[in-house]
Design a protein around this ligand. Structure first.
Ligand code: CDP
Length: 783
């Protein structure tokens, strides 16, 4: 396959055969949790703490149990007795209560579970569980938490709210370089707590079959194999007796990676009662108790020369992890991939450190459409670059162009330890500048400013790190983060591919079939893709953090090449030639030097089952476990154009251009869909979304009238395009893309609004930039 190092136009693979017939080729089926119906299923509803921090004095189950149809009421103490009171968190640094034991540590924490014959009955009976609480002092601010005045987790040996300190880079040299810099910015910024809010909340149907001793869990899971291993380790049920099936789920976005109390209680109830038990979260439960994202409070320092050459970067973060350290990060990376904070720029020196604290808030820190804290890092550097440009009175585009890591520097060793695989930042950015008409927009802005109108242009030229990951560095609870593919080609040339990934709407059914089709010269329409059933799929760590294409995608490609190797032997047999004289060209095996003499993969497949060469194992299938040598580093150049009404604070996003580079593109339409979805989420984060708490710890965004999700009415029109800088180490040169728009866009929006208001002296506005916040920023600046 041709690897393109520079391609201004769209490039795609695997569509060579299919696209001619149907340019809209997309496969897919739907089987949701509610489509799986098992007779005699009982239903679980959870009881939640109204207090963010309170001792549990007494739980009285009597009234709930007296209700006809109620089968059981389960408390934390019951689970402790069954050795299920606490479960490990993903990276293994902390443990987490399943149901509150002794005290509740955040509002809405799960305190008890009611099992009844219908969901409605269970929800009604949950109201009858009588819990007596004794309220305790509440800590919602991580800066207060670090004073240790109130200890949230007194179950821990260390009586402190401090969870960990993490750092990377050269502290002393960076400090010295910053102090010596001609220009030095030192600015605070927050990435607010937000929530992935998938369309469908989390759920489980746990089915313990006492006859066979097998536990089947239909689970809204982004990582079914990892979940199966955790269930086995925690319960002692042998792994072969556990089957996890992840049905089609209405979006995951990192929210469906952790293990939630509802899963554990429903499973325990099914094991105890010997009947299926189902739990489906309510929207409020999803927003208040399941994995939140972000909540990073960052301080960004950048040093530069007077003419804008970067000298050093230091980022210091206070992270709010809620009441349990349940962030779903790889074990060795407590702050995820935050080390990507030097972004696309050639910093000679950098240092970053982070301290994480417990607060009386729901646990989380999930990788919400993000490769583990890349979004926070990207926001910090892209806002920082604009703040520096403002200080230097320099065009932010010029500052970026002056400081990009150059194409010739790849593979590029960043001062914070990553080896960037490939990139051409200048090409991508110049394409964006030309396409949006940057020079003309700046002219228009100057004219508008002269008339007292506030138009802003915001840039974000981000770099990501995705594809966790190489097993020498990446594991979750000790399990290495490789991924896998199994391909079987049937006698008539159709086939099935199974992987350890699990899509939640990213279209793997289409793109995986395309990879197989491209590698084997088969029809993508006839390659069935199956994921999410641990009984049939090979082991893998699932789908999140844009890891599917970099890792599972690589596995598919290499499994297909294994098949091609074997197919070549069969082809030689059919061509009555030596293997050395057979070449794979134009999607078929050709006999070199004999034009027109060739066999297709379909013919080879038939022979593999009907006429294999002597002493050759029949059949045509392969399994590949792919341990990537490095992460992939996609990048992009985003430009937002906004108009701000200084009287009302209302911002209109007039244009938004996203040029993405995710290496080789498998399916342009799916990639475009990914970009549109991620930009819409980034827009929501920038302008609408925040999970807030009052001082008493009350959760203020418990439903979609308070936590706003953009509809087509608010969502701007997205303009997209791409460049192609293939990954040199990925089998087909592809990098991940799903999270790029969520990672790259928030800074572009904020940069645009601040740029619009800079004539007033506005230097920063925290997200979400609601109308009222923007209006206040304007009136404060005017004062
Ligand atoms: O891990 P996840 O599937 O969420 O993210 P991804 O690997 O970025 O892929 C999202 C979707 O875009 C998948 O269907 C990919 O195969 C597709 N994609 C593509 O067509 N070309 C790429 N270079 C990257 C992703």
């Amino acid at each position: 396959m041709a690897i393109m190092t520079e391609a201004p136009e769209r490039h795609s693979i695997g569509l060579s055969m299919k696209r001619k017939e149907d340019p809209r080729f997309i496969q897919g089926r739907g089987r949701y949790l509610d489509d799986i119906v098992i007779p005699h299923t009982l239903h679980l509803a959870l009881v939640h703490s109204p207090y963010p921090h309170a001792r549990i004095v007494k739980i009285d189950k009597t009234a709930a149990l007296a209700m006809p149809g109620v089968k059981a009421v389960i408390t934390g103490e019951d689970l402790v007795a069954a050795n299920l009171g606490w479960i490990p968190t993903f990276h293994g640094y902390d443990k987490q209560m399943v149901l509150a034991v002794g005290k509740a540590v955040f509002q809405y924490q799960e305190v008890a579970g009611v099992i009844a014959t219908s969901r409605e009955l269970a929800l009604d009976a949950a109201e009858l569980v009588d819990v007596e609480y004794e309220p305790l002092d509440v800590v919602v601010d991580p800066f207060e938490s670090r004073k240790d005045t109130t200890i949230i987790r007194d179950d821990r040996e260390n009586k402190t709210n401090h969870i960990y300190h993490w750092e990377v880079g050269k502290r002393a040299e960076t400090d010295a370089a910053l102090a010596a810099s001609e220009v030095h910015i030192n600015e605070k910024m927050e990435f607010q707590r937000c929530h992935p809010a998938p369309l469908e909340p989390c759920g489980i149907l746990a089915d313990m079959d006492r006859g066979t001793g097998r536990l089947t869990m239909y689970l809204t899971s982004q990582a079914p194999h990892a979940h199966r291993t955790v269930v086995s380790l925690v319960t002692g049920i042998p792994e072969d007796k556990i089957r996890i099936v992840s049905p089609d789920i209405g979006g995951g976005f990192g929210n469906k990676v952790p293990v939630y109390p509802g899963y554990v209680v429903a499973t325990a109830a099914s094991v105890i009662l010997g009947v299926p038990v189902k739990w489906v979260e309510t929207r409020t439960e999803n927003l208040t108790t399941s994995g939140f994202a972000r909540d990073y409070h960052m301080n960004v320092e950048i040093g530069a020369t007077k003419d804008g050459v970067l000298t050093a970067l230091k980022v210091t973060t206070v992270a709010d992890h809620g009441a349990f350290d349940a962030a779903a990060d790889p074990t060795k990376y407590p702050a995820g991939m935050f080390g990507i904070v030097t972004g696309s720029y050639n910093f000679p020196l950098a240092f970053t450190e982070l301290d994480a604290y417990f607060t009386n808030k729901a646990p989380g820190g999930v990788a919400y459409r993000c490769s583990f804290r890349v979004t926070e890092a990207s926001y910090a550097i892209e806002r920082g670059m604009d703040m520096l440009a403002q200080r230097l009175a320099m065009d932010p585009a010029e500052l970026r162009l002056k400081n990009f890591v150059q194409k010739e520097q790849f593979p590029y060793a960043s001062p914070l330890g990553f080896i960037y695989d490939s990139g051409d930042y200048k090409l991508t950015f110049e394409k964006a500048l030309a396409k949006i008409g940057y020079a003309d927009l700046r002219k228009e802005q100057a004219e508008k400013r002269a008339r007292g109108e506030y138009m802003g242009i915001g840039i974000s030229t981000f770099t990501e790190v995705v594809g966790a990951g190489p097993s020498k560095l990446f594991d979750i609870m000790g399990i290495k983060m490789f991924d896998s593919a199994e391909i079987r080609i049937h006698p008539t040339g159709s086939g099935i591919v199974r992987t350890g990934a699990r899509h939640q709407g990213q279209g793997h059914e289409t793109t995986w079939a395309q990879i197989v089709a491209e590698e084997l010269g088969l029809d993508a329409q006839n390659i069935l893709v199956e994921e999410g059933d641990t009984d049939t799929a090979p082991y893998g760590l699932g789908t999140y953090a844009s890891r599917s294409t970099p890792v599972a995608g690589g596995a598919i490609s290499l499994a297909a090449r294994k098949i091609r190797e074997k197919a070549k032997k069969i082809a030689a047999h059919l061509l009555e030639a030596s293997e050395d004289d057979v070449e794979w060209n134009n999607y078929k095996f050709e006999l070199s030097g004999v034009p027109g003499k060739s066999v297709t993969m379909q013919e080879v497949a038939f022979a593999a089952y009907t006429n294999p060469p002597p002493n050759t194992e029949p059949g045509l299938e392969a399994v590949f476990y792919y341990d990537p040598p490095n992460m992939t580093f996609p990048h992009g150049a985003y430009i937002a154009v906004v108009d701000v009404d200084a009287e009302t604070g209302e911002t209109k996003v007039r244009r938004f251009l996203a040029i993405d580079d995710c290496g080789t593109v498998i399916n342009p339409m799916i990639v475009e869909g990914q970009i549109h979805g991620g930009l819409t989420e980034g827009f929501a984060i920038a302008f609408m979304q925040e999970i807030r708490f009052d001082e008493a710890g009350n959760h203020l965004q418990t439903n979609f009238t308070e936590y706003l999700v953009p509809t087509s009415l608010e969502t701007p029109h997205w303009e997209t395009d791409n460049t192609v800088t293939p990954s040199p180490h990925h089998p087909i040169g592809a990098k991940g893309v799903g999270e790029s728009p969520n990672v790259g866009s928030p800074a572009a929006f904020v940069n645009a609004v601040v740029d619009a208001l800079s004539p007033l002296g506005v230097k920063h506005i925290e997200m979400p930039m609601t109308r009222s916040k923007v209006w206040h920023a304007i009136s404060d600046a005017r004062k």
